[in-house]
Write a protein that binds this ligand. Structure first.
Ligand code: ADP
Ligand code: MG
Length: 694
């Protein structure tokens, strides 16, 4: 019985009544191949045709359902070639309306004077009578309705597939599976969280019997989706060593206090709090898997240094992995300076080193002569072996996957893991997107920073902006100009940045030193240009977004962003964070050519706030979560029904439920949880590729 329904769900949609080859191709365009794909193709909205109105209650411009008696024969009026109107008067006990159809001669044969119908359509009211154009109609017979008197689903569609076709096919599909869908949620979860039965949920999400039924159905399906998401993430956490016996690092109070007192500044309260959280993790015998989130400039590097120092003082080695070579070099230099007096040996490991250099470094790492290694992806290679690896830090988490973290961890025996990111995400969302990690947030910038001044301009200001750029360069400062991704294609992106750079170099600033970086260049080419910018050999750096995870150039004070409206706010914020890193007043100039209200509102947010969390929250509010916080980019399964912004309450319940079920059955291997576990493995197969779930 059960395997029966699983087989049906896997079958091609061609097994559904009403879907032959040609139509199935249209469904493929919507990403629908199997019966399961179809029934989980949830409506994007609904048309409520269930509430009957009297003609006297009609409102101009609104859609409504009403019942009436046909009062006249259908009249035919040829307006011009190709446009003929068919009209009929309809009456109830409160008034009269005109129903109008365009070019549908068959309606003449349908309606007879004195007969009673239900209609549904949009009301307009220019003349004496309200008029309903192209209404849907159904005869009042045995009380069964198909197109009226109910709430009907509205699907995202594609040319050639009408709503009516999708609805009909969906009904057939639901008939095929109705009553047979297996509820993989354990009974006690359904009971405790008041979740409706799965068959009821599927039938009512597509064809709700009432608004209330729709709400029950939606609640169950959203809960289920978020519950699985949460459980998947928590299982990954377990697989990565959460709860596993880890290293108990020592306190080393004296050494660490000494290090902190040598910094030349006091830690912010947020840094102190986050450091405390990390220390507790490191001293406990649980493996640490912690995310440190902090806006650009919030001081994450010092925290990393503290953790590394603690590990080294306890007799272990530490790694810090970053996404680009130039960042690796910068971090290496920063950490060398910070640890100068701590008696710690640091090494750099990057792809561009010669084989001979690498060989020497690798043997020193393996022999335990190096305490801390800073590097790029080069660290992931098999030949990088450690003497006693205790701590793994990755910076800029969104560039690395769970898998890479796991590879690094595998180089030690359950080392602690710290992930650093500057991507500001509201905490509630972070809990989902990084559900496989514990989270610490540095939500405070060191005091005394000069906030970056941001101005939104349009092309008419170009002269003035160019003058401003010149002024800054003549004072010895440097400037970034960023061009957006015009299309998905890298080629076009590179071209537009290139064209602009050429224009800037040959026309606007022909007397200045202009450099260019874009995604099409090899990383060594990129690094070279970045390095000469950092060394002050370039005045204006024109680039695509590759500088987002960039380098620290305190002398750069102006960030100009072309077509700023094409960027996400969080991305603009990251880009802006490239300036304002030294003692100079810094500026961000956003070119916006869009007149749309949303674009203007988004630009205002940038002008008015420098807080990454506020900005990302606003962005979410204005744009909705699907677009920017795509779960896809975090390597998570696609959400088909839940909305991470709107369904916050359900997220919290699902998180609670996930924690509860794991407390009862940590590995989900009890009989009642088997189906659920299968579902999770299925949904997370991408993310779980190289990690085995226990
Ligand atoms: P990010 O979080 O972007 O990685 P960094 O760690 O690079 O930030 O810190 C940015 C700058 O702020 C560095 O020059 C660092 O030395 C400095 N800094 C860090 N913490 C403090 C603090 N508590 N007070 C003053 N300056 C600090
Ligand atoms: Mg940093």
């Amino acid at each position: 019985m059960n395997s029966g329904i699983d087989d049906i769900l896997k079958k091609s949609i061609q097994c559904i009544k009403g879907v032959a080859e040609k139509r199935s191709k249209l469904f493929h365009k919507l990403g629908i191949f199997s019966v399961y794909d179809l029934i989980t193709f949830f409506p994007r909205g609904y048309e409520d045709r269930s509430k009957l109105k009297k003609i006297s209650q009609m409102v101009n411009g609104e859609e409504c359902t009403f019942e009436g008696i046909v009062m006249s024969k259908v009249s035919e009026k040829r307006i011009r070639k190709g446009l003929t109107l068919y009209q009929v008067f309809i009456k109830d006990d409160t008034g009269t309306v005109i129903a109008t159809w365009f070019n549908q001669p068959f309606v003449k044969k349908l309606f007879y004077v004195g007969e009673r119908y239900i209609f549904y359509g949009k009301v307009t009211g220019k003349y004496k009578y309200f008029e309903v154009s192209n209404p849907v109609y159904e005869k009042v017979e045995n009380g069964e309705f198909k197109n009226t008197m109910r709430i009907l689903p509205v699907y995202s569609s594609t040319a050639g597939l009408s709503q009516n076709t999708i609805r009909a096919v969906m009904e057939n599909a639901l008939e095929l599976v109705d009553g047979a869908l297996d509820d993989f949620l354990p009974y006690w979860i359904r009971k405790e969280y008041r979740l409706c039965d799965i068959n009821y949920a599927f039938s009512n999400i597509h064809f709700p019997r009432s608004e209330e039924d729709l709400n029950y159905a939606r609640y169950r399906l959203v809960f289920e989706e978020l519950f699985i998401l949460q459980l998947g993430l928590l299982s990954i956490k377990t697989a990565l060593g959460d709860g596993k016996e880890g290293i108990c690092f020592g306190t080393h109070e004296k050494e660490l206090a000494h290090f902190i007192s040598g910094l030349g500044f006091e830690l912010t309260n947020a840094q102190k709090r986050v450091w405390k959280e990390i220390e507790i993790d490191m001293e406990s015998n649980r493996v640490m898997n912690r995310l440190v989130q902090g806006d650009v400039g919030s001081g994450k590097t010092v925290i990393a240094a503290l953790a590394l120092l603690k590990a080294v003082k306890s007799g272990y080695q530490g790694i810090m992995m970053v996404p680009t070579e130039i960042l690796a070099k910068q971090h290496f230099e920063t950490l060398c300076a910070l640890m100068e007096k701590s008696g710690v040996t640091l090494s750099l490991l990057v792809g561009s080193q010669t084989a001979k250099q690498k060989k020497e470094i690798l043997s020193r790492i393996e022999a335990g002569e190096v305490d801390i290694v800073i590097g790029t992806h080069a660290l992931l290679e098999d030949n990088v072996k450690f003497y006693r690896l205790g701590l793994v830090i990755t910076d800029e988490q969104h560039r690395f996957g769970v898998r890479q973290r796991a590879v690094l961890s595998g180089k030690g025996e359950n080392p602690d893991v710290l992930v650093m990111t500057a991507t500001p995400i509201p905490r509630t969302l972070a809990l989902i997107l990084y559900g496989d990690l514990d989270i610490s947030i540095i939500d405070e910038l060191p005091s005394g920073r000069k906030p970056i001044k941001t101005y939104v301009v349009d092309n008419s200001m170009r002269e003035r902006v160019n003058k401003f750029i010149r002024k800054n360069v003549s004072e010895g400062r440097q400037v970034y100009i960023v061009c957006p991704l015009v299309e998905e294609s890298d080629a076009i992106e590179a071209k537009s940045a290139l064209e602009l750079a050429e224009k800037i170099a040959k026309e606007d600033f022909k007397d200045l030193r202009v450099g260019l970086v874009h995604g099409k260049m090899s990383s060594s080419e990129k690094d070279k240009v970045m390095q000469s910018f950092a060394d002050g050999e370039i005045d204006i750096l024109v680039s695509t977004t590759v500088i987002e995870v960039g380098i620290n150039v305190p002398n750069a004070t102006v960030m100009v962003i072309e077509n700023a409206e094409r960027f996400g706010l969080a991305q603009l914020h990251q880009l802006r964070g490239r300036v304002g890193r030294g003692g100079y007043q810094s500026y961000c100039i956003l070119y916006n050519e869009s007149k749309s209200k949303i674009a203007i509102e988004r630009m205002k947010v940038m002008e008015n706030s420098t807080d990454g969390f506020v900005i990302s929250e606003k962005d979410l509010e204005i744009r909705g979560p699907g677009e920017f916080f795509g779960t896809r980019q975090h390597g998570l399964p696609e959400l088909k029904i839940a909305n991470l912004y709107r369904d916050m309450d359900i997220i919290k319940k699902a998180q609670k439920a996930a924690a509860e079920i794991l407390r009862r059955d940590r590995l989900l291997c009890e009989e009642e949880n088997i189906k659920l576990k299968e579902k999770i493995v299925e949904k997370f197969k991408e993310k779980l590729k190289d990690i085995s779930l226990n």
